[in-house]
Design a protein. Structure first.
Length: 309
């Protein structure tokens, strides 16, 4: 089962620019969470802070007893092995074919034999639907396949926490839909805690158990999908409904084209801008049910009972 990630009072600045202040949230074990937010609000910096690649000035990120912000580098390095990281562009080595790209972390960080490495790599290649493409080079395959290869590489060390930075960037709507299904299928198969940073409202509406939103230097909301998708919070509501009027404006470092594309996304995803909660994706037929669903139900019941007692 995935590991809980507890973020407490996290503040990060670059010089005089505070990216975000006092961010507190918990990624529940094995659940899928999405972090939304206009461009430049610090979503990538947040991911990097969770894995200890960026050290915020204040706060803690607790992972398996290690504070990724304040613990000694050797402890952070050890805890980092619990993570799988999928970068925007797949971050593949152009000179290696897919098999070697995906095998790279195993050859770098373990003493496994080539036979074991082959078994693991082929299993992960199968999981992301790339069987038969292992001898291809990144330059010979589509953007969607490169993303899936990046995901396969993020999976080889059996991560208990998976961080995905804009997994949909550059993908058409159909490929994005396949990717959404793949993320849910992976969660059903490996029960890892997942955090996905995205602008894509289709992913936000159908994939995660929990959603959060960063805006103008802070976390405006984080909670169960049902709450966020029906939220009256002006920033969240505007972002999810795609209206121009509202607190999110041109100052959020977007150009007209980005705004137009995002608005198109939102209209399509949420249908006639209804505030109904879209259905969450289920694992593909033949796969196990997501263990997180039952745990989450229990967790939310306990939260509700705690609030009413
Ligand atoms: N190493 C760095 N040094 C200085 N400033 C940085 C550094 N990394 C990020 N920033 C700044 O922090 C802010 C947040 O950047 P970040 O990439 O996290 O935004 P984002 O929300 O992921 O944006 P996008 O959605 O466009 O990818 C930006 O203003 C960026 O310029």
């Amino acid at each position: 089962m995935g590991i809980e990630v507890v973020v407490e009072g996290l503040t990060k600045s670059f010089g005089r620019q505070t990216v975000w202040r006092d961010v507190t949230l918990t990624l529940p074990p094995g659940e899928v969470s999405v972090m939304l937010g206009p461009s430049g609000t610090g979503k990538t910096v947040f991911l990097k802070s969770i894995i200890g690649l960026i050290r915020p000035e204040r706060g803690r990120v607790l992972v398996d007893g290690v504070d990724m912000v304040g613990s000694p580098e050797r402890d952070v390095y050890r805890a980092r092995k619990l993570f799988g990281l999928m970068f925007q562009d797949g971050a593949l080595f152009g000179s290696m074919h897919l098999f070697d790209n995906i095998a790279f972390p195993l050859r770098e960080h373990t003493r496994k034999t080539e036979q074991e490495i082959r078994r693991i790599v082929m299993e992960r290649i199968d999981m992301v639907g790339l069987l038969g493409s292992e001898a291809k080079f990144p330059g010979e395959i589509s953007g969607g396949m490169r993303k899936r290869a990046g995901l396969a590489r993020a999976l080889v060390l059996d991560p208990q926490i998976i961080l995905c930075d804009e997994p949909d960037s550059g993908l058409d709507p159909v490929r994005t839909a396949y990717l959404s299904q793949l993320l849910i299928d992976l969660n059903a198969q490996i029960d890892a805690t997942m955090l996905i940073v995205t602008h894509n409202l289709d992913i936000a509406a159908t994939v995660p158990d929990n959603m959060g939103m960063l805006f103008r230097g802070g976390l405006v909301a984080f909670g169960p999908r049902e709450e966020l998708l029906t939220s009256q919070e002006p920033v969240v509501e505007q972002f999810l409904s795609g209206r121009r009027a509202g607190p999110i404006g041109m100052s959020e470092e977007k150009d007209e084209a980005v705004i137009a594309r995002e608005q198109l996304d939102r209209t399509t995803v949420l249908g006639v801008r209804s505030r109904n909660v879209p259905q969450q994706l289920e694992p593909s037929p033949g796969l196990p049910a997501r263990a997180a669903v039952q745990r989450r139900r229990q967790r939310l019941l306990e939260l509700r009972d705690g609030a009413t007692s």
